[in-house]
Design a protein around this ligand. Structure first.
Ligand SMILES: *[C@@H]1O[C@H](CO)[C@@H](O)[C@H](O)[C@H]1NC(C)=O
Ligand SMILES: *[C@@H]1O[C@H](CO)[C@@H](O)[C@H](O)[C@H]1NC(C)=O
Ligand SMILES: *[C@@H]1O[C@H](CO)[C@@H](O)[C@H](O)[C@H]1NC(C)=O
Ligand SMILES: *[C@@H]1O[C@H](CO)[C@@H](O)[C@H](O)[C@H]1NC(C)=O
Ligand SMILES: *[C@@H]1O[C@H](CO)[C@@H](O)[C@H](O)[C@H]1NC(C)=O
Ligand SMILES: *[C@@H]1O[C@H](CO)[C@@H](O)[C@H](O)[C@H]1NC(C)=O
Ligand SMILES: *[C@@H]1O[C@H](CO)[C@@H](O)[C@H](O)[C@H]1NC(C)=O
Ligand SMILES: *[C@@H]1O[C@H](CO)[C@@H](O)[C@H](O)[C@H]1NC(C)=O
Ligand SMILES: *[C@@H]1O[C@H](CO)[C@@H](O)[C@H](O)[C@H]1NC(C)=O
Ligand SMILES: *[C@@H]1O[C@H](CO)[C@@H](O)[C@H](O)[C@H]1NC(C)=O
Ligand SMILES: *[C@@H]1O[C@H](CO)[C@@H](O)[C@H](O)[C@H]1NC(C)=O
Ligand SMILES: CC(=O)N[C@H]1CO[C@H](CO)[C@@H](O)[C@@H]1O
Ligand SMILES: [Cu+2]
Length: 568
């Protein structure tokens, strides 16, 4: 109860009334990872939190800042923290994914992470990056324009984080252990959350509803983070339209829509104008689910937009109108409608002389059930998931340490640039037998300063679904996307090289593809994976190693003194 009062106070004091410049000195030098009891949907459970808060604390920074945050593990779980969208130039040591760039925090240890911000501006976030602990260990990281500069849009009256989450009544580690053991789908969540609250459409949740206050006629900046585990969400506010002005820490051309589609791992900066009659209005979110026949959480989370002033609020609130759960066209169209701002003050730099072409298939697969086990995946087999038909295996020693210290036997460098056995990826006639795959810890080695084009190709193996693909260490320009199989001769003719959006997470549509470009100017070890947690748990990931350049300013920096290392 104390915690909740504090939380609401926190939102009130810092979330709504503050002015950007006054707030950005806020620092959270310590992240205490703790077990805390929280009550939701009529039941109490112990969850992993940071400083007892759920969602965790919002971090405020200015463009180009370097932050220092000490992570202290006071829980019983292994934990690491990832700074999602922070490129960490030349400094992968603080990136955080377990067994990729560090070992999880060991008993009695702590780790001070140095977070190197450079050109990011807008909304980023942080989250745990070990097994499924990010379900409750996450929060916003707000990056303000540097001193003396302003947003690329009119200064809002106030701002508000909206962190979208997903809640299971059962213990999250148990949910994880169960589906890993059975080889089946994870159990479906019980609720979605807005800033940790399910809203009044769920049992016992009348009071667990987040409220945002607005003054009539004013414009507010919503800092939206999708911290959900397994679902893309549609978000909408009754009677109000929403204007996206930024995404993944970069400005976009203003894009107005009644419904936002946001994938796990993505962030949006959204302007909301309080231009309706003073009243209470529902803000709500529910799933988009492109997987045919796949079970999913079809509940709706709500919050309330409350106009200030004296009036009698409507006794019943209307929900906003959502696209159908399976409206792939809406989802794909929304994703493809975003554009970089690409103005004189905020120019972009799209790679145009591609020196490295990569083509990665992303698939849900199955493997035969071992004879001595019972498996709950399709056809009694085990689910797997792959990139170029390799299911990623986390090593026991982190790849960064192995790379830096040249420890052999930890990873291989055979991750293929193209599928080794091409097929009709989006055929409707693929069989389960075709979904068998290999597994391993393979990296793809890239030279410094290559101009890379990476085409993600979704496949219809087992189940064609959308995949939010996330790259660490970089943002990439999304130059094209489409349904069906990528055509290397025709599709590039329609690329947008003028104002493609800059993302760190892009949804590759069901039965479709997306082409992204980036320049390998950030040496290090960088994870690339689907941000659906069940998919990465099944192996839908790989890592890049970007080699050092020639200049002293183009090489990876050395590790910090307190680097959590895996025992050799
Ligand atoms: C959580 O609740 C359990 C059971 O009521 C209790 O034993 C435990 O001390 C509580 N933990 C915390 C951190 O409050
Ligand atoms: C926690 O991390 C340590 C160090 O890598 C590892 O040995 C141990 O198996 C991990 N525990 C779990 C439950 O994953
Ligand atoms: C962090 O670790 C250092 C070195 O192991 C130790 O001296 C220090 O007491 C620890 N700090 C906290 C707050 O646990
Ligand atoms: C909600 O809060 C009110 C006022 O504090 C209280 O009277 C009521 O019992 C609460 N309802 C629920 C379902 O907890
Ligand atoms: C909101 O929109 C609905 C449907 O368009 C309309 O019936 C309702 O009156 C509006 N609410 C307010 C408070 O204007
Ligand atoms: C959600 O799924 C349940 C169970 O399949 C079904 O009974 C219910 O009608 C669905 N709700 C919505 C809003 O589609
Ligand atoms: C969406 O689901 C409805 C039934 O719920 C079905 O009739 C329709 O064909 C589906 N649309 C797509 C694009 O799969
Ligand atoms: C999105 O849909 C609208 C209306 O159907 C259409 O005009 C527009 O071209 C579509 N945009 C994209 C990027 O597909
Ligand atoms: C099944 O057999 C394999 C190989 O002998 C063994 O590693 C595994 O632990 C067994 N699984 C179960 C559930 O007994
Ligand atoms: C691939 O599969 C699709 C859908 O089943 C089909 O329409 C198309 O003709 C196939 N392409 C080739 C080259 O076989
Ligand atoms: C590193 O320094 C060289 C020489 O001053 C310069 O040409 C190059 O652009 C610099 N690279 C980066 C990444 O700053
Ligand atoms: C996995 C791990 O190292 N957990 C440790 C986190 O911190 C607590 C308290 O210091 C230890 O008891 C755990 O072993
Ligand atoms: Cu996926």
């Amino acid at each position: 109860m104390n915690m909740k009062v504090f939380f609401i106070l926190f939102i009130f004091l810092f979330g709504l009334s503050g002015v950007a410049h006054a707030r950005r000195k806020t620092r959270y030098p310590k992240f205490l990872i703790q077990d805390s009891n929280f009550t939701r949907l009529c039941s109490t459970k112990s969850i992993l939190t940071v400083n007892g808060e759920f969602p965790g604390p919002t971090i405020h920074a200015a463009r180009g800042d370097t932050l220092f945050i000490q992570i202290i593990n006071e829980s019983k779980e292994n934990i690491t923290i990832h700074w999602h969208g922070a490129k960490q130039y030349r400094y992968p040591w603080s990136d955080g994914p377990e067994y990729i760039t560090q070992c999880p925090l060991g008993p009695g240890t702590n780790f001070t992470q140095k977070i190197v911000l450079t050109d990011e501006v807008g909304t980023l976030w942080w989250h745990a990056h070990s097994e499924w602990s990010r379900a409750t260990v996450h929060g916003a990281l707000l990056v303000y324009p540097e001193e003396g500069t302003t947003y690329a849009f009119p200064k809002p009256r106030g701002e508000q984080e909206i962190v979208l989450g997903e809640w299971w009544k059962s213990d999250i580690a148990a949910v994880y252990d169960e589906f890993i053991e059975t080889g089946g789908d994870p159990s479906i969540s019980d609720a979605f959350l807005i800033n940790g609250q399910p809203g009044d459409l769920y049992p016992c949740s009348q009071n667990d509803t987040f409220k945002m206050r607005v003054d009539p006629g004013k414009t507010y900046l919503i800092r939206m983070v999708n911290a959900v585990m397994n679902n893309i969400l549609f978000f909408s506010v009754a009677n109000h339209s929403l204007t996206v002005v930024g995404s993944d820490g970069a400005y976009t051309k203003p894009f107005t829509s009644d419904v936002i589609s946001i994938a796990p791992g993505q962030t949006f900066d959204i302007l909301l104008e309080a231009n309706q009659p003073p009243d209470h209005y529902y803000m709500a979110a529910r799933a988009y689910n492109g997987g045919l026949g796949a079970p999913f959480d079809n509940t709706t989370t709500t919050a309330i937009l409350k106009y200030t002033g004296k009036y009698t609020p409507s006794s019943t609130l209307l929900l906003p109108t959502f696209p159908a759960f399976n409206d792939t066209n809406f989802q794909a169209n929304y994703t493809a409608s975003l554009r970089s701002l690409a103005s004189d003050e905020h120019p972009i730099d799209v790679p145009k002389n591609i020196s490295t072409h990569l083509f990665f298939t992303i698939s849900v697969n199955t493997n035969l059930c071992p004879a001595n086990e019972t498996c709950l995946g399709p056809g009694g087999n085990r689910f797997a998931a792959t990139v170029n038909n390799i299911s990623f295996v986390h090593p026991r020693i982190d790849i960064l340490q192995a790379y830096y210290k040249q420890i052999s036997g930890v990873y291989g460098d055979d991750f293929p640039d193209f599928p080794t056995m091409p097929f009709n990826y989006t055929s409707t006639l693929l069989t389960q037998n075709m979904s068998r795959n290999s597994s391993g810890t393979e990296i793809n080695l890239l030279e410094y300063n290559e101009e890379v084009e990476l085409v993600f190709q979704g496949t219809n193996l087992v189940a064609g679904v959308d995949h939010p693909m996330h790259l660490h260490g970089y943002s990439f320009y999304v130059v094209g996307s489409g349904f069906g199989n990528f055509d290397k001769d025709k599709d590039p003719l329609n690329y947008n090289l003028v104002d493609p959006p800059l993302h760190n997470t892009i949804t590759v549509r069901r039965s479709g593809w997306a082409a992204v470009r980036f320049k390998t100017n950030n040496p290090g070890v960088w994870f690339m994976h689907c941000h659906f947690e069940r998919h990465i748990s099944w192996g839908m990931g790989m890592a890049f190693i970007v080699k050092n350049g020639k200049g002293a300013n183009e090489t990876m920096l050395g590790p910090p003194e307190n680097m959590p290392e895996c025992p050799l």
